[in-house]
Each structure stands twice: as structure tokens, then as C-alpha cells.
Design a protein around this ligand. Structure first.
Ligand code: GUN
Ligand code: ZN
Length: 486
């Protein structure tokens, strides 16, 4: 394993990391603004002012144009763009996926990226789109693997080398590809060909692609979500283990007169107020931006500001241990994002392996929260305490509490735990007093498990109106269920 990536904080499967490149250390998660060497709407040297630590550009565009190629070969990529920090270069694969061919070989473009002094190079992988036949995916994967193996042999020092994970929408092929790449030992692992999924809001499928790829990679490898630049999905993607993003969105959306926010996108025409306090929005009205000669540039600037603002919030949430609260909030911005959230929690057993064991608190934000990894962890670790003698399980203190050897609190979605742990994470969770069906069900299932794990003890469960659920019938077979009395 290479040691160029160091993880310094974690939350869920998200992390704050430090990636060492030839031009310096980058703190992740971060987004790399895409620089088009032909049209620099916002100059590279200004990018640091927005919060950019690393840029990404396309080496194939540079390679194809004589002036750019000669300049890059003579003075280097950093001089060409006017940026002295880390720069990642893509290979032309995206052009390949759009035009069906490129006028360069894998070997040529890899050596070119090395020669111009790229910090992170990308081989000429084949971005196989979603939903194509399995045989096509397998045959394109074979070519991708050949090229990546070749690239790994060419690049032996200096430039970091990215190994893009392909495999279309086949989860097993994504995982297998990731595992094979891991053995070849790349420095960064981009997840490829996900742009069509994001363009069509297929966030549940995107989550499948990310998690299956992650399963094949080493947990400490840096992962780049290729082509992801909309801030509304950063929290979700980071929480399931993505470290690097790249945004052409800031410029592409600006060209289309679209105004990005962390909750979605506005068409400039529909904006009467500016819901942002960035330097652009605090010095212009919506009308002024609409009528400005440099409208596109103003929009691009605003789009970049909000993109980095969201990434800072994601990082703060990792430090605070409330990234999943942010994910749940953001995923309410669009029903398709909500599907992505539900899909992410379908992988709670996987998330639980990486989630930190202690956080400041747990906020119940809606029925999806019942499936958070913390609930599963509690269920998995219930065998760590033994209960003997008589035990009362109740939500509200009763006058009979002192008559029992053990007092357990029933708190959905967790279930029952010793009253002494009430102030300890995660049982100090902030929950709703009238729990929804998902929370009650999860809590009752965990309670049934606890009772079954302690056959020597005799349990009394105090039921309240707000906890009525069909599972109470099952509980009544193993515990003495009594109605709560004031
Ligand atoms: N940009 C967006 N998607 C891809 C991809 O799958 N491969 C490469 N090399 N670049 C991309
Ligand atoms: Zn703004």
C-alpha cells in the first residue's frame, strides 16, 4: 500500500484525509474545478480564492492543439495553466465515450501527462455507460484492464497514477474491477462512467456503484467520483466513501444561466431574490445578474463559491460526527436523492464497519434514521451486557421501577438499554416523542433480541399508546406486557 493518503478524521464511511502530491498536500474531501485550457472563464490562479486546493484539466485537449502542446512540453503544465498547486489530468476517455474514438494511444497520453508534469495522471480507460449488455461490459473491462496495467508499468515514480474503476451498472463487475486494480496498486481510484447516472438523477444506482466499488478497494485508498460537481450530492457521496470530486458544473451551469445551490438548481430567469451571501450575490441583485454583460462569469463565480461552501460544511460535519444528519437533510431536496439515501442505508452493515464508535450525538431526522448504522451496531453488540433477575423495560419512569433488579429504558429506534447508559452516546440521541412506525419496529425488534439473549431474566415491558405495533404480540410471548399507568 502506498502511503500518499492519510486519513485524519472519520464519520460514517466518510473521512477527512491528506493526499500528498508532487505539488503539495491536498486536504480531502475536496472538489477539483475543471479547467478548460481553451476557455478560462475564471483563471486558474484565482481558484485558490474560492477554496480550490487542486485543479483538473484534460491532457488530451492540450495534446491535440499545437500551441498548447508545445507550451506544455516546453514550460510545463503548471506554467501553461498559471497554477503552482497540484493539477490532475484526464486522458481523453471522456471524449472517447462521446465521440467513439480519440487520436492518441494509452501509452502516448500517459507519457505525455508525465512529460508535462501532471500531479495525478489518468490512463485511457473506457467509460462503459450504464445498462449495457454484460458481454459488452466484460469486453470493455478487459481493454481497460490492459491499458491500466500498461500505465502502471510506465509510471514508476513522480506522477501519481489513477486507476479508474469501470463496470457499468453491474455491482459484481465494479467490485471485481476495483479488487483487481487494488492489487495493481494505484494511487487514486476514480469511479468512472457515473455522469449518465447523475444526469438522470439515478442516485440509488449511483450509491450501488459507489458502494460496490468501495467494497473491492482497500478502505484507506483515496476515491474520486469522476464528473461529480453538484454540491447537493457531496454529503451523500462523501458519507459512502468518496474523497475527490471534479466540477465542470460550475462553468457548464453558468453557460446555461443556471444558479447552483446545495439544495438544487435555479434557472436564473426564475430567480427574483438571491438566496446566497457570496461576494457575487451580496453585491448584485438577481436583476443585475440577469442583465450583466458578464452574466456567465458572475454565475460561474457564485457556483464555485457555493460548491466550496458545501464542501467545508461536509468537512465540519465529519469533525462534529454529524455527517449523516447533513446527508439526511440534503437528501430531502429531491425524491431521487431520498432514494439514494435509502439505498445508502441498505448498506448499513457495511457502513457500520467504518463508522466511528463515538460521536457527540444522534439526531432522529425522519424514518430513514431508523436504519442508521448506529442502530445496527447496538443490535450487533447487545450480547455485551447480561441481565439477570427481574427487569422492567419502560420509556417513562414508573412508580414500580425500584421493585425490579434492572431498569431498562425503551427508546425507539434503539430499543431497550440499561437506564444508567441514558446519557451516553448513542443512547443520548435526540428522538421524536411520537416515533414513526420504522422507529418503533426497529426498537421492538432490538428489544425482542435483548430478551431472547437473556433467557435467565424475567422481563416486564411497559407498553404505551405511542408504541402500539403488531410486534407487541410477539413480545407478549416472551415478556410480561403491561399497560403504562400514570
Ligand atoms: N470523466 C468522467 N467520467 C470519466 C471516466 O469514466 N473516465 C475518465 N478517464 N474520465 C471521466
Ligand atoms: Zn452567491
Amino acid at each position: 500500500m502506498s502511503t500518499i493518503f492519510e486519513i485524519v478524521h472519520k464519520d460514517a464511511a466518510g473521512r477527512i484525509g491528506r493526499l500528498t502530491t508532487p505539488h503539495g498536500i491536498v486536504e480531502t474531501p475536496t472538489v477539483m474545478p475543471v479547467i478548460n485550457p481553451n476557455i478560462q472563464l475564471i483563471k486558474s490562479h484565482e481558484m485558490r480564492g474560492f477554496g480550490a486546493e487542486v485543479l483538473i484539466t484534460n491532457s488530451y485537449i492540450i495534446y491535440r492543439r499545437d500551441e498548447l502542446r508545445e507550451c506544455a512540453l516546453k514550460n510545463g503544465l503548471h506554467s501553461l495553466l498559471g497554477f503552482d498547486g497540484p493539477i490532475m489530468t484526464d486522458s481523453g476517455s471522456f471524449q472517447l465515450s462521446i465521440y467513439g474514438e480519440v487520436e492518441v494511444t494509452n501509452e502516448q497520453i500517459i507519457k505525455f501527462q508525465q512529460k508535462i508534469g501532471s500531479d495525478i495522471g489518468v490512463p485511457l480507460d473506457i467509460p462503459t455507460p450504464p445498462d449495457v449488455s454484460r458481454s459488452r461490459v466484460e469486453s470493455e473491462l478487459a481493454t481497460t484492464m490492459e491499458r491500466l496495467t500498461e500505465a502502471r508499468k510506465i509510471v514508476t515514480d513522480g506522477m501519481l497514477l489513477a486507476g479508474p474503476v469501470q463496470g457499468s451498472t453491474y455491482k459484481d463487475l465494479r467490485e471485481k474491477c476495483a479488487r483487481t486494480l487494488s492489487e495493481l496498486d494505484f494511487d487514486v481510484y476514480p469511479l468512472g462512467a457515473v455522469v449518465p447516472l447523475m444526469e438522470s438523477y439515478r442516485y440509488a444506482d449511483l450509491v450501488d456503484v459507489i458502494v460496490s466499488s468501495k467494497k473491492g478497494l482497500h478502505p484507506t485508498s483515496p476515491v474520486h467520483l469522476f464528473g461529480a460537481g453538484h454540491p447537493m450530492m457531496f454529503a451523500l457521496a462523501v458519507a459512502i466513501g468518496c474523497d475527490l470530486f471534479d466540477s465542470a458544473a460550475y462553468a457548464l451551469y453558468a453557460k446555461d444561466a443556471r444558479y447552483i445551490t446545495s439544495n438544487g438548481t435555479y434557472h436564473l430567469e426564475d430567480l427574483h431574490y438571491l438566496p446566497c451571501s457570496c461576494p457575487v450575490c451580496s453585491s448584485h441583485t438577481a436583476e443585475e445578474i440577469k442583465n450583466a454583460d458578464n452574466r456567465e462569469e458572475l454565475l460561474a463565480r457564485h457556483n464555485l463559491y457555493v460548491t466550496f461552501e458545501e464542501m467545508r460544511l461536509v468537512k465540519q460535519s465529519i469533525k462534529d460526527g454529524n455527517l449523516l444528519e447533513l446527508v439526511e437533510l440534503r437528501c430531502r431536496a429531491h425524491p431521487r436523492l431520498l432514494e439514494g439515501l435509502k439505498q445508502a442505508y441498505s448498506y448499513s452493515a457495511w457502513l457500520e464497519k467504518y463508522d466511528r464508535t463515538s460521536k457527540s450525538t444522534f439526531f432522529y431526522c425522519g424514518s430513514e434514521s431508523a436504519n442508521r448504522p448506529e442502530i445496527l451496531r447496538f443490535s450487533n453488540r447487545m450480547d455485551r451486557f447480561t441481565i439477570t433477575g427481574s427487569a422492567i423495560i419502560r420509556a417513562t419512569e414508573t412508580k414500580d421501577d425500584s421493585k425490579y433488579d434492572n431498569v431498562l429504558v425503551f427508546k425507539p429506534p434503539f430499543g431497550a438499554f440499561p437506564v444508567e447508559l441514558g446519557e451516553v452516546y448513542p443512547f443520548n440521541a435526540e428522538v421524536v416523542s411520537n416515533p414513526d412506525n420504522e422507529a418503533v419496529e426497529r426498537g421492538l425488534l432490538n428489544t425482542i433480541k435483548l430478551i431472547e439473549l437473556n433467557p435467565e431474566a424475567e422481563f416486564t415491558f411497559v407498553i404505551e399508546e405511542r408504541f402500539k405495533h403488531p410486534l407487541i404480540g410477539l413480545l407478549a410471548e416472551i415478556a410480561n406486557v403491561v399497560e403504562f399507568e400514570r
